[in-house]
Design a binder for this molecule. Structure first.
Ligand SMILES: Cc1cc2nc3c(=O)[nH]c(=O)nc-3n(C[C@H](O)[C@H](O)[C@H](O)COP(=O)(O)O)c2cc1C
Length: 420
């Protein structure tokens, strides 16, 4: 089943007229059947780190919609590196089996499974997204969810939390980097073909990068090279634990409102990551705020594409564009203009999980159904074929049949479907 789906996908996209969005691409030996990516999306449905039936439904549904690469949510490399008690994690060996179920399911739909590894740092210890990430407090202990102390480059909180984060000493840094190494091995054991390091959105790696959150005086702070050191050491350890498969790196191109980390910093970081054989930069933004004059990134359509284009050009590295990409032609234009190599979507896929197959149809692919499971494709092709049969096209034949079947009830309701 799996093989057939992939072969069918590939044979349908060998001709040059196929939109770039639906042409396959190979990255470090992993073949993506098209360039649509399901962006990482935290679900807050895990049980002590382990995915549940919710993720089976969520990722299975998205994989069935036709995307080439399907990311699971940010997955914590340490238990204390989760944001909430419901966050995903790979901090126990026993987690591997549950993720294997997910990767098998995604692969069976002809998509490539990808994982995003991360650490919340000082953003740990809160409630879930639907509760606006409200920090855990003492009273939460009564319901079994006591607050815990996060880690950070410096003991500074972005928002008031129960504990100030612990300023990481050298042992803490070593421990977290080792946790990235172990989680990388577990990700490969769990069947992931692509690993992404989450260095964005104000989480631990971003906390080291930005001068807003990193006030260290040692070699992990200070100038740009010092603040990048932790991010690069994580890159090195993940790369060496995963030599044969793609490693992506998600960054915040700019800090966002009140921040300091800027696009030129991100270009420097991307060059350093490229020199450490990171395959692709996934360009997001924001997540850390402070007291500078940097404005928030305006939420216009394709709001991060400009950053993505600059990083791709100036660091000469493959990129993913993400953020406010909702239209098929918009995605195709970004690729055609060489602003990105892959296109990721998040919220638009929550609205329409079948966006990829609809986009293929809109961009003129004659038989887009090759992208979805045969059980659906068969019925949808059959529906298209039915439209071509004269008796189904309105006009005399249709009306004669309807009159025969419905008698007088039909006479006031003649059907003129043809050419409408
Ligand atoms: C439900 C949800 C959960 C998200 N969780 C993550 C996450 O785990 N890791 C991450 O890097 N970004 C996360 N994001 C951000 C998305 O990956 C994406 O970058 C962002 O939503 C912008 O893309 P969009 O305009 O297509 O939604 C999440 C977004 C949503 C909507």
């Amino acid at each position: 089943m799996k093989k057939n789906v992939i072969i069918e996908k590939q044979s349908a996209v060998t001709n040059n007229k196929v939109p770039l969005l639906f042409q396959p691409i190979s990255i470090r030996g992993v073949e993506l059947p098209n360039r649509v990516v399901v962006a990482p999306m935290c679900q807050y449905h895990s049980d002590d780190g382990e995915p549940t039936d919710w993720q089976i439904m969520h990722l299975g549904r998205l994989a069935a919609g036709g995307a080439g690469l399907v990311f699971g949510e940010e997955t914590a490399v340490e238990r204390r590196g989760r944001k909430t008690y419901a966050c995903a994690g790979l901090y126990k060996k026993k987690h591997v089996k549950a993720y294997l179920r997910l990767t098998n399911l995604i692969r069976e739909q002809g998509a490539v499974p990808a994982i995003q590894l991360g650490h919340a740092g000082r953003k740990a210890s809160c409630h879930t997204a639907t509760e606006s990430w409200r920090p855990l407090i003492d009273q939460d202990s009564q319901t079994g969810y006591p607050p815990w102390q996060g880690l950070a480059p410096s003991a500074l909180n972005q928002l008031p939390r129960h504990f100030l984060p612990k300023e990481m000493d050298r042992d803490d840094i070593k421990t977290v980097i080792e946790a990235f190494r172990v989680a990388t091995h577990r990700s490969l054991d769990a069947g992931y073909d692509v690993i992404e390091i989450h260095g964005a959105h104000g989480y631990l790696i971003h906390q080291f990068l930005s001068p807003v959150s990193n006030h260290r005086k040692d070699s992990y702070g200070g100038d740009l090279a010092g603040r990048m050191r932790f991010a690069l050491e994580v890159a090195e350890v993940v790369r060496s634990a995963c030599p044969d498969r793609p490693v992506f790196y998600r960054i915040s191109a700019v800090d966002g409102e009140g921040g300091i980390w800027s696009l030129p910093d991100s270009i420097s970081l991307s060059q350093e990551l490229k020199s450490r054989h990171i395959d692709l930069i996934d360009v997001s933004s924001g997540g850390i705020s402070g007291g500078s004059t940097m404005p928030p990134v305006p939420r216009i359509p394709g709001y991060q594409v400009g950053f993505c284009e600059r990083i791709k050009r100036d660091a000469d590295v493959m990129t993913i564009a993400v953020g406010g990409i909702t239209k098929a032609q918009q995605a195709e234009d970004i690729l055609r203009a060489s602003k990105a190599d892959l296109i990721a979507l998040a919220r638009e896929l929550l609205w329409n999980a079948d966006w990829p197959v609809h986009a293929a149809h809109e961009l003129g692919i004659k038989d887009p159904f090759f992208m979805i499971p045969n059980e659906y494709a068969f019925r949808l092709r059959q529906r298209e074929e039915q439209k071509t049969i004269p008796i189904n096209q309105g006009g005399d034949k249709t009306n004669a049949a309807m009159r025969f079947l419905l008698g007088d009830n039909h006479s006031s309701n003649l059907i003129k479907l043809k050419n409408t």
